[in-house]
Design a protein around this ligand. Sequence first.
Ligand SMILES: [Cu+2]
Length: 286
Amino acid sequence: MYANALLAVLGAAVVRGQGAGEGFPPPSPQTLSTTLSGVLPVLPTVTPGPFAGVETEEGAIIDQGPANPSFEPVNGPATTQSSLPAATYQAVLPSTNFDDGTGSTITGAITISSNPSTPGVSIVVNFAGFPNAAAYGPFLYHIHEFAVPANGNCSATVGHLDPTDRGEYYPCNTADLASCQVGDLAGKFGKITQSPFIARFQDSFLSTNPSSPAFFGDKSIVIHSSNTTRLTCANFQKVSNSTGINGTSPAQPSQTVVPYNPGNAAGALTSFGAAGVFAAIAAFFL
Ligand SMILES: [Cu+2]
C-alpha cells in the first residue's frame, strides 16, 4: 500500500515535471576554467597538459572524440573483481536537484551489491522524474571520483572513477568493457532514455573492497543532461553487510522509490531508520 501510494505521487510528479520542462531550452552551458574544474577529461598521453584544447563543462568533457575501439587505458584494462567482501551500497538522490533548470526533479536510488556467484557487482538502477528526454536527454550517469560535500555541490565530485586512467575523450567501447572507465555506467550499460528508468546490470570491474582502486563505496553517483550539465548527485552509503541483490530473482525490480529528506544521504538514512531502509531495499528486488 505504502509503495503504491508513493508510486502514485511519483507518477503525478513525473507528469508535471515533464510538462514543466517542455518548451524550455536546456540550461546554458557553464564552462569552467581548468583550475576550477579539477578534472582530467583528456587523454594524458595524447593531449599535452590538463585540459589543453579540451572544452569542459562543470568538470566534464562536452564533445567526445570518435569511436576508437583499439584504445586502451594508460594503466591497462580494468581488473575483474572476484572474492569481494559481502556488502550492499546505495546512493539515494536528494529531494532537490543540483541543477533544477529543467523544471523536473530526478528521484530514486542506485544500489550496488557484491556478487558471490560471479565476479564484480550487481547494479540496480531505479530513477524517475527525468525532464523531457527530447530537450535534455539522453541522460548520462557515472560513479564519480569524490563524494558530494554537505552543500550538495555536484561539481565537487570532479571526474569519473577511473583507476585505469582511461580518460573520457574516446567513448566507451561496449564490446570491450574492461577498456571503459570503471565509473562510466552510461557508457558501459547505455544512456538513460526513459523515465522511470529501472534496470539491473552485472559489472565485473567495480569493487566492494575498500582497499581496491575500483572501490566505489565512498564515492558518488552523478546524473547529467545530454550536454553533461550535472543535474543531481548523491553519495553511496553502506546499507548492508550482505549481498542483497544477488540470486536468481527476475531482473526487473519494482518501482519503489526510497523517501528522502533534504540534506545529505547519511542524514536521510538515519532519519528514515535502518529497518525502513532495509525494507525499501528488499522491495527493490521482489
Ligand atoms: Cu558524470
